[in-house]
Design a protein around this ligand. Structure first.
Ligand SMILES: [Zn+2]
Length: 114
């Protein structure tokens, strides 16, 4: 039987593995871009810039989720983990297992998007 701490640890391991891959890609792009970093109109340069921005976006996204996992762990310690931020109802375990950093139930997440 897995616990919220297992979910958080599992998700964190996934994110860290993803981040390591993203960092490697950023290094590769930086090297490939190397000399012609000024040639903005070079189509290959454009592709690399796009690749760079994509990888940077991924990195920011993963880093934000890692922070959210830290916050989730703090809520576990405080005994408030698993309650929806907005409506206060318990978030179903299945949802938490998929995204342990989740702070809102699906209904409230949908509300926010509208
Ligand atoms: Zn809710």
């Amino acid at each position: 039987m897995s616990t919220p701490r297992d979910w958080i640890a599992g998700r964190r391991a996934e994110l860290l593995a993803g981040l390591a891959g993203t960092e490697q890609r950023l290094r590769d792009v930086r090297e490939a871009r190397g000399d012609w970093i000024d040639e903005e109109h070079d189509p290959e340069g454009f592709a690399l810039t796009f690749e760079w921005q994509h990888a940077e976006g991924l990195r920011a996204h993963d880093a934000a989720e890692l922070q959210a996992l830290d916050a989730a762990e703090a809520r576990l310690d405080a005994g408030t983990y698993g309650a929806c931020d907005a409506c206060g109802q318990p978030i179903p375990e299945g949802q938490l297992e998929l995204r342990p950093a989740r702070t809102r139930c699906v209904a409230c997440t949908d509300d926010r998007r509208r």
